[in-house]
Design a protein around this ligand. Structure first.
Ligand code: 3HC
Length: 697
């Protein structure tokens, strides 16, 4: 037995401890180690019970994801868990920190479970494009019921100790030292002669299950469109209800093996590692000290400011929202109350959680009230002069060491930083709307941003449950710069022969929640119009520009907010209805430009939208604005709704083949000129037979 699994005895109890940092992942050596330890315990007549625990930061983070797709070695996790469950002496799991994935299936195979107050359990396989593959779909519903089990598996979210006790996952929440508590608990079991209690033998309550499954199917179809794992997960739970446990486990294993080989799971596993890699910033080593964030302030109480305030409150950070206009402040705070009330009525937030979070948010109209904040996030209108004025003020008012962040989505962070006399404290924190929901934080380092400011903001992203990605300064940073490359091609397609609903359908079918025109209507068309006007004045260029987008706004069509944009909207409805007036306008514009309209096929639309997006990503990489391809993938997955099952634009480019993307870009360039010139990096990769993954660092 290797030392990744430790064995010791305490009287009549064998304590088996996983010791495989950082998260006790269940790689081959650990599985073998548990197997051998169980054998040792059960072969020793003096051992009357076993406690299974984990050393380090958590009980267990699950199967070793790095082993997926490789030839299987040693005992399988299912075999090890079945072996534990079959033991004739009681086996008790003692859980601290997370017990997730296979690390949750392991205690499900134990006969009893105790945890300390830090214990959390969950089955997050769905986030990796998988379903639990070591009995989780068959055991968890038997232990806690079909509805909560479905919820846990389909959301992939973790459940804390108290709730876990209420649900029946934990038998006891211990205080003080966990292993000591687990030993006491186990000694009581021995004293009371309580033998094994096997989850597989528990009776599954099937009342109302059909309804629950149907609702889960409908929800998965809506929320996880195109993803196979949620469907398989629901099927497996249905098997738990209908067929013997052993057969259910075999089918679960079959689904797992299929999914592990699927492109969707490979893409989602790529994203799992991408999220962690994003925190590795070469010139900001992991041991860079961070500044403590105990309190925060947000400037501006509009949609963004409110969302950011709620995000901070979610992370338990008290936040003061400042708006110079008392009426706007009141309106903003009322908006926050409404959003929370909505979450409570939908059941996604409890009354007490709402009170707690609302209690962390206060409002002010005075700068002096935010002087002591550890971080100030400015979230006012996207106007350079206004931002500079605010930064000059907070540079003076805020305490030394306070981080001064801007939520700009495209403006020059260096110019904003220069408005203060402490540019090293300044950084961009670009949230996405609605900021309390969207997971991305595109953090923008300026030329002078201090390393500890970078480290602190990346940590804050994690603390408030966001996906933080550090990027450099350029127009639109990573996300909006690539968005511009994609949206402008979508608009040119209209001038050349396509219609908005045709383009939108292609993008929707690819897997985005909506196409660029429906998205424009949702976000509001007037903002983009103002940005374009400003850009024309400040950065005149001869690049081709779409005329239709401007015409629409000049026709007073601002999108959903006034019921008409690229589409028409009926009162109170968000359903886009194609509008003959827009079709007419598009035809007129083509004629005016002297373009002979032609039939444009779906594949051409897809390539014309996606490949320039990838091409821009390649330029961004070459310029060092993004550190690695997977950082770009995160930005597009978590900020722009790029389909998760495709892993992000750069991962998708590798899937298609960099040579194929390059060849198509070359054809587009020959036809449309400079704006579609292939990026040199893309050309280099294509010609040397490499992929973006080869650039990962
Ligand atoms: N396999 C391999 N590596 C893992 C891992 C796993 N299951 N879980 C975490 N890691 C690695 C991370 O990649 C990271 O590596 P790095 O330091 O080289 O970047 C390191 O462990 C630390 O991870 P975090 O930065 O996420 O550490 P935290 O302390 O913030 O969080 C955690 C720990 C809560 C366990 C978190 O890592 C987590 O939620 N992991 C989820 C793992 C998961 O999805 N498990 C299911 C696996 S699939 C499965 O079990 C199949 C089964 O049903 C058969």
């Amino acid at each position: 037995m290797g030392d990744v699994v430790e064995y010791e005895t305490h009287g009549a109890i064998a304590v088996i401890a996983l010791n495989n940092p950082p998260v006790n992942a269940l790689g081959v050596a650990v599985r073998q180690g548990i197997h051998d330890a169980i054998l040792r315990a059960t072969s020793d007549p003096t051992v009357k019970a076993v406690v299974l625990t984990g050393r380090g930061r958590c009980f267990c983070g699950g199967a070793d994801i790095r082993e997926f797709g490789k030839p299987r070695q040693g005992p399988s996790l299912s075999d090890v868990i079945n072996m534990i469950e079959a033991c004739e002496i009681p086996v008790v799991a003692a859980i601290h920190g997370t017990a997730v994935g296979g690390g949750c299936e392991l205690p499900l195979g134990c006969h009893y479970r105790v945890g300390d107050s830090s214990a959390k359990f969950g089955l997050p396989e769905i986030k990796l494009g998988l379903l639990p593959g070591a009995g989780g779909t068959q055991r968890l519903p038997r232990l806690i019921g079909v509805a909560p089990a479905l919820d846990i598996m389909l959301s992939g979210e973790y459940v804390g100790a108290m709730r876990a006790r209420e649900m029946g996952f934990l038998d006891q929440v211990t205080e003080g030292d966990l292993v000591r508590g687990a030993l006491e608990y186990t000694n009581e079991l021995i004293a009371e002669d309580k033998g094994p209690r096997r989850t597989r033998d528990m009776k599954l309550d099937d009342s109302g299950a059909e309804k629950v499954l149907a609702a889960a199917r409908a929800k998965a179809a809506r929320r996880s469109r195109g993803l196979v794992a949620p469907q398989r997960c629901i099927e497996a739970i249905e098997h738990a209800l209908k067929i013997p446990v052993e057969e259910g486990m075999q089918l679960e294993r079959k689904y797992f093996d299929e999914l592990v080989q699927s492109d969707q799971s490979k893409a989602q596993r790529h994203l799992f590692f991408a999220e962690r890699l994003a925190h590795k910033i070469p010139d900001v080593p992991a041991d860079t000290p961070v500044r403590e964030i105990r309190t925060a302030a947000v400037i501006g109480c509009g949609t963004m400011g409110r969302g950011i305030a709620m995000s901070l409150a979610y992370g338990n950070v008290p936040v003061t929202v400042l708006d110079m206009n008392a009426e706007a402040l009141e309106k903003g705070l009322a908006g926050i109350n409404r959003t929370y009330a909505g979450s409570v009525s939908r059941g996604s937030l409890s009354e007490s959680e709402m009170e707690e979070r609302r209690g962390l948010i206060s409002g002010t109209t005075e700068y002096s009230d935010i002087a002591k904040a550890d971080i100030v996030i400015e979230a006012v209108f996207e106007e350079m002069d206004l931002k500079k004025k605010i930064f000059a003020t907070i540079g003076e008012v805020c305490k030394p060491g306070a981080i001064l962040a801007t939520n700009t989505s495209s403006l020059d962070v260096n110019e904003i930083a220069a408005a203060t006399d402490r540019p090293d404290d300044v950084i961009g924190t670009h949230f996405f709307s609605p900021a309390n929901v969207m997971k991305l934080m595109e953090n923008v380092r300026g030329e002078k941003t201090a390393p500890d400011v970078i480290a602190t903001v990346m940590k804050l992203s994690k603390d408030i449950n966001k996906v933080g990605v550090m990027v450099g300064v350029c127009d639109g940073f990573v996300g909006n710069r690539m968005l511009y490359a994609y949206k402008s091609q979508a608009e040119f397609l209209l001038e050349e022969g396509a219609l908005p609903h045709q383009v939108d359908k292609v993008i929707y079918d690819f897997g985005f929640p909506m196409g660029p025109f429906a998205m424009g209507d949702l976000a509001g068309l007037d903002v983009g119009y103002l940005v374009r006007q400003h850009r024309r004045k400040t950065k005149p260029s001869n690049d081709r520009e779409s005329i239709v987008a401007d015409r629409i706004v000049e026709m007073d069509r601002h999108g959903q907010k006034n019921g008409k944009g690229w589409y028409l909207y009926e009162e109170g409805s968000r359903k886009p209805i194609p509008d003959p007036e827009i079709e007419q306008l598009i035809l007129q514009v083509s004629e005016q430009l002297g373009i002979v309209r032609r039939e444009i096929g779906d594949q051409e639309i897809l390539e014309r939208c996606m490949y320039p997006l990838i091409n821009e990503g390649a330029k961004i990489l070459a310029e060092g604005i993004a550190l690695r391809p997977s950082d770009i993938d995160l930005v597009w997955i978590f900020g722009y709704g790029f389909p998760v099952g495709k892993g992000g634009p750069m991962f998708h480019a590798d899937h298609v083949g960099t040579d194929k993307v390059y060849d198509t870009m070359k054809v587009l360039y020959d036809k449309h000129g400079e704006m579609l010139r292939p990026a040199p990096l893309l050309e280099e990769l294509a010609k040397s037979g490499r992929s973006f993954a080869d650039l990962q660092s």
